[in-house]
Design a protein. Sequence first.
Length: 104
Amino acid sequence: MINALFKPSSLIGILALILSSILLFEIKYSVQKIRKELNSVDNEIIKTKEDIHILKAELSYITKPESLAKLSRKNLNLVSIDPTRIKSVYLGEINKLFLEEGTE
């Protein structure tokens, strides 16, 4: 029995069994580490999608005409133009200006 255990083919088999067990152990923990990383990336993707959704909602609120009007009143300090400040322009003069610009 002891002689059969020490035959070269038996030693190779035992060595192969030990080596494959160690390799399987390493692969198992590598897969677990990769799964943790994948879960982390998935959670990050979900959070980013939620952030994008919130930003789109904020953008649609901010770009509403009522919100833009409120923001412009608050930040731009614009005043209405007095109609008496507007001068009439002869249409022929405007056409003449455009024609001169086109020839340059």
